[in-house]
Design a protein around this ligand. Structure first.
Ligand code: ADP
Ligand code: MG
Length: 261
């Protein structure tokens, strides 16, 4: 995307956000709904006989349709916590709840359904397939989930949805580009669009700007904020860069395996 069109989109979205963000956020007097919560979460890794405790009893509450940033120094356990929230790994102790339902002890297949339908994940590295176009990369999770025949039956609808998401993240003019033809910010926005193809309710992001310069990083942050507003997404982002938490609704600090008060 050219700097001009990005700036134009940004200006429009800023103007919109100023008008809309307060309206889209529940007033303070309304009790907010907790989307995710952890209770006494503990996780250690083992190096030989040595036990390395990483999370030492973490209690957090993530509000629905809000932007929560978890900040902490490198090695403080942010990725570990995000992986636990995403049910990619299991805690040693404690509980994780999603929409008031305990999820850390679900059978593997139910966890997979949660990850496919409710959670979208993005990482520092984009993991785009270099031979595929932007549009095709966004469609990959659909192909994987559906299998060939079902995917082919739904292809028109999926392509329409993928195009709409790519337009929303400002990549409507990059549908047929390959990753090598994109900027870092555009690649990450493609990865974000891919995470949204299954219409998740929660977006879990691990250092999504970690590989980007300031300009591309703020492009990605603006996109995440726009998605929170437009799709009422619950966003949980972890980062070592406290500056990235600037516009968050809630900031949680991880220090030494615990939430700092
Ligand atoms: P952060 O994302 O905040 O940088 P991590 O959650 O990645 O922190 O890691 C926290 C600590 O746990 C670090 O000391 C790291 O070396 C250790 N660690 C992370 N993953 C593993 C693993 N799979 N095996 C052993 N140690 C790990
Ligand atoms: Mg990490």
């Amino acid at each position: 995307m050219s700097k001009f069109s990005m700036a134009a989109q940004q200006a429009a979205s800023n103007a919109q956000s100023n008008a809309q963000s307060d309206a889209s956020r529940p007033p303070l007097s309304v009790v907010r709904k907790t989307a995710m919560a952890t209770h006494g979460l503990k996780k250690s890794y083992h190096k030989g006989k040595l036990e390395v405790p990483v999370l030492k009893g973490v209690d957090i509450e993530i509000e629905e349709a809000r932007f929560t940033t978890i900040v902490g120094q490198s090695g403080s356990g942010k990725s570990t916590l995000l992986h636990l929230l995403a049910t990619l790994d299991a805690p040693d102790d404690g509980e994780i709840h999603y929409n008031d339902q305990r999820i850390d002890n679900l059978p593997a297949r139910k966890k997979e359904t949660l990850r496919n339908q409710e959670f979208g994940l993005i990482f520092q590295f984009y993991h785009l397939l270099p031979e595929l176009t932007t549009l095709e990369n966004v469609l990959v999770p659909r192909m994987v989930q559906d299998g060939v025949f079902r995917y082919l039956g739904n292809r028109r609808k999926y392509r329409q949805t993928a195009t709409e998401i790519l337009e929303l993240v400002g990549l409507g003019h990059r549908l047929t580009h390959k990753p090598s033809e994109l900027s870092g910010g555009e690649m990450q926005r493609t990865a974000i669009a891919r995470a949204l193809i299954s219409n998740p309710r929660v977006l879990l992001a691990d250092e999504p700007t970690g590989n980007l310069d300031e300009e591309n990083g703020s492009e990605v942050m603006n996109t995440l904020q726009l998605l929170r507003r437009e799709k009422n997404l619950t966003i949980v982002m972890v980062t070592h860069d406290a500056g990235m938490a600037r516009d968050s609704d809630q900031i949680i600090r991880l220090v030494n395996g615990k939430v700092a008060s």
